[in-house]
Design a protein around this ligand. Structure first.
Ligand code: SAH
Ligand code: SF4
Ligand code: F3S
Length: 445
C-alpha cells in the first residue's frame, strides 16, 4: 500500500559535518510529518544541503538547482530549500530573481526547520534563516540510517582563519558542546546498539574552549571510554598545532580509541604554511608525527594537502612532494587551491594557473598511489579486527567493514555478521581496500 505521507528528498554535499547535519534535518522533517524519499521526483520538498569549501562544490549546487528547477516547472507545488555553507554565505541572494528556491537556512539555523516549514506553508516562498554565529549548539533528534556507526558532533565552527578557508565564515565561531550532552547522546547510541562513534568538529583538539566546565579533548575521550557497548571511538579533524602530548597519551592509553589520526599538513613549505596561517612549521608537524608513531606504532596517519596555493614556487612544491614521500601517509586527500569569497588568500600575490595546479596535483597523486598501495600490501598475512557495517554491493554474499586503522575490508560472510567485530586474516590488497578471510573463533562483540 502506498503511503500518502508527505515526503522530503535531501541531497548532501561536503564534509561529514554536513552529512551529520542532514541527519538532523531528516529528524526534524520527520517531526514535521515528512518521510525521507530516495527519489526527488516523488517528494513534495527537496532540500539541498550545500558545501562551499571549493568552487567545484559550489558549481555542483548550481547545476543541481537547475536540475530540480525543471522538476518544479512540471510540478509548481514543489518546495525547494537550500541549507548548509553556501546558504550561510549567500543568504537571501540565493532566492535571486527566479522562483526556484523557496527557503534558505544556514547550519546554525537547522533547529528552526519546523518553524521554517510552517512559514513556507503560510507565506509561500522567500523564507531565509541563516541563524546567528553565536547560537549555542542545539541538540536535536537525528535520523541515522545505520545502526552501527554514528557521528556525534562535539563542536561547531572554527576560529582558525586559515587564509584559504571559507569555513570560519560559513560555520561561524567555534562553540563546544557541553560534555554531559555528548556523553548522554553516546550512552543513548550504545543502548540503541551502536558500536562505533566518530566525534566531529573542525578542530576537535581544541574542544572545551569557552565552556564553563573545565574539560579538554583528552578528558572527553577518557569519559567516553567506559561507555558499555561502544567498542570504537574515532574523531575528525585534529589541527596539528593543537595536537598535544596529552592527546597522544590518551590515544595510546584508551583501548577504544582507534589507531588512526587525520592530521592535515596542507603544505611542506614553511613559507606557504605561514601565508596559509596554519600556525606550525613542517619540522614541528614532522616531530608530532614521529611522536605519535613512537607511542602508537600501528597508527595510520592520513592528511589533506593543497597544491597551487598563491606564491607556491617550484621549490615550495618540491618541499610538499618531499614531505609526502618522507612521512609516508597512509592516505591523502589532495586538493588544488580554489579561491573562496571573503578569505585572506584572495588578495595574495602569485595566483597560479589551473594547468600548473593540475600538473602538481597529478604528480603527488601518482606518488601517493604507490605509497598507499605499499602500505596496504603490508597488511597481507596479518590479522586485523574489522567492524562489519554493510553488504558489499559488488559481490554476492560479500560484506564490508573497516579496520581500527580505517582501512576498508571486504570479505565473504553472512549478513548476520554485520554490526559485529570480527578477526580476519588479510589475504590481498589494492590501492583502495583490503580483502580478508574470517578467522574461526574470532571475537564477537
Ligand atoms: N577543519 C579541517 C578541514 C576542513 S576542510 C581542518 O582544518 O583540517 C577540508 C580540507 O579542504 C582542508 O584541510 C583543506 O585541505 C581543503 N581546503 C579548504 N579550503 C580550500 C580551498 N580554498 N582550496 C582548496 N582546498 C581547500
Ligand atoms: Fe578551515 Fe583552517 Fe578551520 Fe580547518 S582549521 S576549518 S582549514 S580555517
Ligand atoms: Fe563544505 Fe561547509 Fe563542510 S564548506 S566542507 S560543508 S564545513
Amino acid at each position: 500500500m502506498q503511503s500518502d505521507k508527505k515526503k522530503v528528498y535531501i541531497k548532501t554535499f561536503g564534509c561529514q559535518m554536513n552529512e551529520h547535519d542532514s541527519e538532523r534535518i531528516a529528524g526534524l522533517m520527520a517531526e514535521a510529518g515528512y518521510d525521507l524519499s530516495e527519489r526527488p521526483d516523488d517528494a513534495q520538498v527537496i532540500i539541498l544541503n550545500s558545501c562551499s569549501i571549493r568552487e567545484k562544490a559550489y558549481d555542483k549546487l548550481r547545476s543541481e538547482i537547475g536540475r530540480f528547477g525543471s522538476l518544479k516547472k512540471k510540478n509548481p507545488g514543489l518546495v525547494i530549500g537550500v541549507g548548509g555553507c553556501v546558504a550561510q554565505q549567500e543568504g537571501k541572494r540565493l532566492l535571486g530573481g527566479g522562483r526556484l528556491i523557496d527557503f534558505v537556512f544556514g547550519p546554525r539555523a537547522i533547529h528552526k526547520i519546523p518553524e521554517i516549514m510552517e512559514r513556507v506553508s503560510v507565506d509561500g516562498r522567500g523564507v531565509v534563516e541563516i541563524g546567528t554565529t553565536d547560537d549555542k549548539m542545539v541538540d536535536a533528534n537525528m535520523k541515522r540510517d545505520n545502526g552501527i556507526t554514528a557521528w556525534v558532533s562535539i563542536m561547531e565552527g572554527c576560529d582558525n582563519y586559515c587564509s584559504y578557508c571559507v569555513v570560519p565564515y560559513t560555520r561561524g565561531r567555534e562553540v563546544s558542546r557541553p560534555s554531559n550532552n555528548i556523553i548522554s547522546e553516546i550512552e543513548g547510541l550504545a543502548s540503541d546498539g551502536f558500536k562505533e562513534v566518530t566525534l566531529l568538529g573542525q578542530n576537535v583538539s581544541s574542544y572545551g574552549k569557552g565552556l564553563s566546565e573545565s574539560v579538554d579533548f583528552p578528558t572527553l575521550l577518557s569519559s567516553i571510554e567506559p561507555i558499555k557497548g561502544i567498542e570504537r571511538i574515532r574523531f575528525i579533524t585534529s589541527h596539528p598545532r593543537d595536537l598535544s602530548p596529552e592527546l597522544i597519551d590518551a590515544m595510546a592509553k584508551l583501548s577504544k580509541v582507534c589507531e588512526h589520526i587525520h592530521l592535515p599538513l596542507q603544505s611542506g613549505s614553511d613559507k606557504i604554511l605561514e601565508t596559509m596561517n596554519r600556525g606550525y612549521t613542517y619540522e614541528e608537524y614532522r616531530k608530532k608525527v614521529d611522536l605519535i608513531r613512537d607511542r602508537i606504532p600501528s597508527i595510520s596517519v592520513s592528511t589533506d594537502i593543497i597544491v597551487g596555493f598563491p606564491g607556491e614556487d617550484r621549490d615550495d612544491f618540491h618541499k610538499t612532494r618531499d614531505a609526502v614521500m618522507g612521512i609516508g601517509f597512509d592516505s591523502i586527500f589532495l586538493f588544488r587551491y580554489s579561491r573562496r569569497p571573503n578569505t585572506a588568500a584572495l588578495s595574495l600575490d602569485g595566483h597560479l594557473p589551473e594547468d600548473l595546479k593540475i600538473e602538481r596535483l597529478e604528480e603527488i597523486l601518482l606518488m601517493q598511489k604507490e605509497i598507499t598501495s605499499r602500505k596496504n600490501r603490508s597488511y597481507i598475512g596479518r590479522s586485523a579486527q574489522v567492524l562489519f557495517d554493510g553488504q558489499n554491493s559488488k559481490e554476492e554474499g560479500g560484506i564490508a567493514g573497516r579496520t581500527r586503522t580505517n582501512r576498508v575490508v571486504y570479505a565473504k560472510g553472512d549478513s548476520s555478521l554485520i554490526g559485529h567485530l570480527k578477526e580476519v586474516k588479510i589475504v590481498s590488497s589494492s590501492f583502495a581496500s583490503l580483502r580478508g578471510k574470517l578467522l574461526e573463533n574470532s571475537i564477537n562483540a
